[in-house]
Write a protein that binds this ligand. Structure first.
Ligand SMILES: Nc1ncnc2c1ncn2[C@@H]1O[C@H](COP(=O)(O)OP(=O)(O)O[C@H]2O[C@H](CO)[C@@H](O)[C@H](O)[C@H]2O)[C@@H](O)[C@H]1O
Length: 767
């Protein structure tokens, strides 16, 4: 066997890996047979594919013997499978190699011809576009909305499960006369328990003539046109079997390879063959809607995933009139608490990400109060949002092509969208649909769980036996209904936003009643520290530092730029402009979590120091009142800005010398990351993500990034802040070192995105 292998035109590593596949040597064993080969020379890849001959099972699932037998069957002919092939098999192998070479040459030829034809077609198109550009684009828009209408009609439309009607939904076409022109199947709705309906009016298309929009190229799932699937399944990436999916992945790779050969550009995506369709679903998304860190994450993580080559969508509610998203022309009706509610989908493509906004009267004009209203109001909004979001991949054709369910992973965030994994299971997977779609639930803050009386279960439209997922008992709330609990149990994977918080969640203090469930599901939990949007939060190009005396700055101009921002901040807030007086900032929600009361306890000490304190926040009314009071009592030293102002947050981050974060618990914390990127030194309670991200300053070896204190205690805060102020005043070089180390870290999302990708892959291959 090895003799045969050694005569093959593989590199040494490839041989080692194939040998590992055959003999079970894990050291060289690639995770999946095709992944390791993608970036190799085309010839070698093609040969290897030939070698495996579309043998698409994940090698993990194959025994070495199985592979050996398959190898012999493919290379030396079926007769050699049972006997020892010997010389005959060597000859057959040589013949096979020769054949493969010929096939490759022919393939190359063909590709060249295709390339020439494409060039010809595009030059003809270009000349036509000059004169008919507007007509063309209108036509394209019309075509895509036809596609979209069509996908909707056969999409996850109306279906009941065995327990009767779960939800009813009807399509409300914008224009009744729209007819599908290009989609391969129509009216293939799904009825009881996913039973297939006959597919009618099938118009087959030649996939080679349907060139996906440029931004989708190489990342969209391969479309398999099928006559006997419901239409929404027929337009997805042929994933009736993960083995097929793997093979599809291989074919997709081949296409990408050939495309890039043709165009002679485009390096492979960073994600390699792990490229996936990802839909992040969040109740808020910056810059359109934000009450805190969740909005920041939803606005920036998807872009980093897209940069790695994934096709990424964000789904968020549309709370106001946003400039960018356009009405996608789709209307759907969902049942919420027995009422029909119509939603409309809006859409924009920005920085490589599809942003889809769900608009309906329930969301309208609450941008300033996203979580406002009573418990039932919020619950109903989240039910509607999750029902609508889980169907987005069927209804909203981004760039003209719906995501479908192939290679698809949803990323839900916090309790607001924890119903999504449950709906995915109850409405789809339990009915044999979306079998290979996975869901990940990200915990940004376990303190908010979507709790209510057990009777709330009647609102969520789920089969009765699902009640056990939601039912939870704890000494504080007694027996109650808990949405986060159900999401955590149902999601394929769970992520939280730091390693420290992942540990804390398993303790009674940190798990807020859910620690039992988290411990039971420990195997699927992973901590990934958030990144920051380095375009949005970057002193070199921060748009909020270009007026009112502020200035952009970098590490090189820190010594002039930062003092200028500090002076501008002091001036803007009416504080005495003293360059040598340290400015301490605080930005955050005014609540128990953020430890504002610890700052309050430390105020008498602080005002005795030569410092200025600037606090920005909204939240609990008593704490807002407290901020106002501090300001009025210490006009020359304290500013308490009650409100939500992104611009002021940026300016404080740039102008302050020190950022205070005495949070009682902090799953990750973004402000300390922003601060370090601006040369502002954090003083934090070493908890959750703060402990993960702020290495304490060590004056002996001049290492570390800030000051930490180990318990939520005002005296500890004072002690840490005192040391910090002393260093600021007395040890300028150390201070500059702290600033430099903070500013030169890679805080971008790129590393975190890579970690998320590992979770996506783990979810994908999980049963
Ligand atoms: N009054 C105000 N005006 C303007 N901007 C304001 C503001 N108050 C807060 N912000 C901004 O909101 C964001 C707050 O983010 P954090 O991560 O610090 O906390 P939050 O508790 O909201 O997030 C939760 O989710 C995130 C994301 O995972 C975790 O980092 C965190 O630990 C967890 O509690 C920052 O961008 C901050 O500048």
């Amino acid at each position: 066997m090895m003799a045969s292998l050694s005569s093959l035109p593989f590199t040494v590593e490839t041989k080692a890996e194939i040998s590992a596949l055959l003999h079970g040597n894990n050291r060289h064993r690639p995770r999946f047979p095709f992944v390791a080969y993608r970036q190799r020379k085309y010839k070698e890849v093609a040969f290897y594919k030939d070698f495996t001959c579309g043998f698409s099972l994940c090698c993990d699932k194959l025994s070495g013997e199985h592979l050996r037998r398959h190898w012999r069957a493919q290379v030396a002919g079926p007769e050699s499978v049972d006997g020892e092939g010997g010389d005959e098999s060597e000859d057959a192998l040589q013949i096979s190699i020769e054949k493969s070479k010929k096939v490759l040459a022919a393939q190359k030829d063909l590709l060249q011809q295709i390339a020439e034809r494409r060039k010809l077609v595009s030059s003809i198109k270009d000349s036509v576009i000059d004169t008919t550009e507007n007509e063309e684009s209108n036509q394209q828009k019309a075509d895509s909305s036809k596609n979209l209408e069509f996908a909707s009609s056969g999409g996850a439309g109306t279906f009941d499960n065995q327990n009767g009607s779960i939800f009813s939904e009807s399509t409300v076409p914008k224009t009744a006369d729209k007819v599908s022109r290009t989609l391969p199947s129509a009216a293939g709705g799904v009825s009881n328990a996913g039973e297939k309906q006959p597919v009618q009016n099938i118009t087959k298309i030649d996939p080679s003539t349907e060139i996906p929009p440029k931004h989708l190229k190489g990342t969209i799932s391969r479309t398999v046109w099928s006559d006997d699937l419901p239409s929404f399944l027929a337009t997805t990436s042929g994933t009736s079997d993960p083995n097929t999916e793997m093979h599809e992945g291989l074919l997709g790779t081949e296409h990408e390879e050939t495309d890039s050969q043709i165009e002679d550009i485009k390096p492979p995506p960073l994600a390699g063959t792990n490229v996936m369709n990802v839909i992040l679903v969040s109740a808020e998304c910056a810059p359109w809607s934000k009450t805190g860190g969740l909005g920041d994450v939803a606005g920036s993580l998807p872009k980093a995933l897209a940069r790695r080559g994934h096709r990424v969508m964000v789904v968020a509610p549309k709370y106001d009139n946003y400039a960018e998203p356009q009405d996608a022309g789709i209307r759907k009706i969902y049942k919420v608490a027995g009422q029909d509610v119509e939603v409309t989908y809006f859409q924009a493509f920005i920085d490589g990400v599809d942003f889809v906004f769900i608009e309906c009267p329930m969301f309208r004009h609450i941008g300033n109060n996203i979580y406002g209203g009573n418990r039932l109001d919020i619950l109903k909004r989240m039910i509607l949002f999750c029902k609508a979001a889980v169907e987005v991949p069927w209804h909203v054709p981004c760039g003209g092509v719906c995501y479908g369910d192939g290679n698809l992973v949803f990323i839900a965030n916090d309790w607001h969208t924890a119903l999504l994994p449950v709906y995915l299971k109850a409405y789809y997977r339990d009915n044999g649909l979306m079998k290979y779609t996975r869901s990940i639930l990200v915990i940004h803050n376990i303190a908010h769980q979507g709790r209510g009386p057990v009777d709330d279960f009647s609102y969520v439209d789920l089969p009765q036996h699902y009640i056990d997922l939601f039912r939870l008992y704890d000494p504080v709330g007694g027996e109650h209904f808990n949405i986060f609990a159900a999401g955590l149990k149902t999601a394929d994977r769970v992520v939280t936003v730091s390693h420290g918080y992942a540990r804390e969640l398993k303790t009674p203090e940190g798990g807020w009643g859910l620690h039992g469930i988290i411990n039971e599901n420990d195997w699927k939990l992973r901590g990934i520290v958030n990144g920051i949007d380095t375009r949005e939060w970057n002193p070199q190009c921060d748009a909020h530092l270009t007026s009112d005396g502020y200035t952009n700055y970098s590490l090189e101009t820190l010594h002039t730029g930062k003092p200028q921002c500090k002076a501008a901040l002091q001036k803007e807030l009416g504080l005495p402009i003293h360059p040598e007086v340290p400015v301490i900032g605080f930005i955050g929600r005014l609540d128990h979590q953020k430890g504002v009361d610890l700052i309050a306890e430390a105020i008498p000490w602080m005002v005795g120091q030569d410092v200025q304190l600037i606090m920005l926040g909204t939240g609990r009314q008593d704490l807002e009142q407290m901020l106002r009071q501090f300001e009025s009592q210490h006009q020359d030293k304290i500013r308490g800005w009650v409100g939500f102002s992104v611009r002021t947050a940026h300016r404080i981050t740039a102008g302050a010398d020190i950022l205070l974060m005495p949070s009682r618990f902090e799953p990750c914390g973004l402000n300390q990351l922003y601060a370090m990127n601006y040369g502002t030194i954090p003083v934090v309670h070493a908890v959750g993500g703060l402990r993960d991200t702020i290495q304490p300053f060590n004056p002996y070896d001049e290492s570390g990034l800030g000051w930490t204190f180990d318990s939520a205690d005002a005296n500890k805060l004072i002690h840490a802040l005192g040391n910090c102020l002393w260093t600021y005043r007395e040890y300028k070089k150390s201070w500059e070192g702290l600033q430099r180390r903070g500013m030169t870290q890679d805080l971008s999302w790129d590393h975190a995105a890579q970690n998320y990708e590992e979770v996506l892959v783990a979810a994908k291959y999980q049963w």
